[in-house]
Ligand binder design. Sequence first.
Ligand code: SF4
Length: 367
Amino acid sequence: MDLERHDFELAELVDRIKENDTRLIALQVPEGLKMQALEMMDSIETETSAKVVLAADPCYGACDLVHDKMQRMGVELVAHMGHSQMNIDSGMPTQFIPVIYDGDPELKAVIPFLEAHRTIARNRLENPVETSTDQDGREKFEDMVGRVAPLTDSKLGLVGSIQHLHLLPDFKKRLEDAGYDVTIPVGGARLTFPGQVLGCNYSGDDPTVGHYLFLGSGDFHPIGLVLHTGKPLAMLDPYSGEATEMGRERIERILRQRSGLIMSCMDKQRFAILIGEKPGQMRRTLALRMKRLLEKHGKKGYLLALEHIGPDLIDFYPVDAYVNTACPRIAIDDAVRYGKPLITPYELEVALGEKKWENGYQFDEIP
Ligand code: SF4
C-alpha cells in the first residue's frame, strides 16, 4: 500500500488533541493499516503531550467500536481510521478518518465493460416479462441471482469504497460526457455518504439502476453488491488503474455453494445461532426469531454470543450447523473455514421451507 498517497488527517487529529488537552487517545485501525500504526502513534506523541493506545484487536468496519472498553481504560478520544460513522452511537468523542487515497484512474479501461453491461440493462428494460412465472421470460430476463425484478431505467449506478468516494462527482461528469446516464445512489442510515457501499449494506440500489461501476480494489464489495442486486457490475481499481467485471460465473459459483449449504442443513437438528457482540453487528431480535423458527420445526437452536467469530471458537460445540446473525460476510466469504455448514438467516428459512430459493437469492443485509 502506497502510504504517501493516503490522507490520515493526522494534523487535524493533533489539533483536536491540543485544543481539548486530551491526555489519552486510542487509535483503531483496519488490518491493512496496522503495520503503520506505531509510526502514527510516534508522530502523535511527538507533536502533543497525549499518550496513544492502539486498539489492537481485529477491526473490519465501523460496526466494530471499541469505545466502552477504551472508556474503561480512561481513553478520552478514539480515532477510528478507514471507515465512516454508522447509525450507532459511539458513546464517546470519536474522530472518524476515512483515509482518502489520491489515485485517479483513467476511465477508458472500464468503458468496454460498461458498454456491454448497459446493453444487458437496456435489454431487460425494453423486454419486460409478462408474468414472473413464464420460463422463457426467466431465462431471458432474470438477473444474476435469479430474480425477475423489473427495471424502470438502465442508469449507471456509480459507487465506491470510502477511500475513493471523493472521486465520484468528477467521475459522474466524465461518464456523462462519455454518454452515460449516471446516478450516485443514496443509501440508508448505515451509510454516511452518497455512493458509499459496505460489505453488509447496499441500500442505495433502486429499480432505475441497470448496472454498476465500483471504484475500489478487491472483490469484497463487488460480490456483495451483485449478490444483493443481481445487476452487472464493472470495477475500476484506483490503485492499479485496472478494470474488470464481477463475472456471472463467479456469482453462480457462490450461489451453488450457498445452495449446497442450504441443502445440507435441511435434515440437521441442532443449530448454534451466532450473535455478534460488536455494536454494529448485534442482531439479537433476528437471532431470537431464528431460534423460534427452529423450535417451530422441532429443532434446537443454541444462542452463542461472540465478539470475534472463528472456527477455533465454535467448531467444538456438539451442534450440526451454524446460523450466523453477526457480520453477514462471515457466512458468505468464510464458510469453507468451518467444520460444519455456516448459513445466513435467509438460508435457514429456505432450508426450513419458509422461503423459496426460486424467488431469487436474498442477500443478508444489515439495515
Ligand atoms: S458488519 Fe461486516 S460487512 Fe458490515 S461493516 Fe461490519 S465488518 Fe463490514
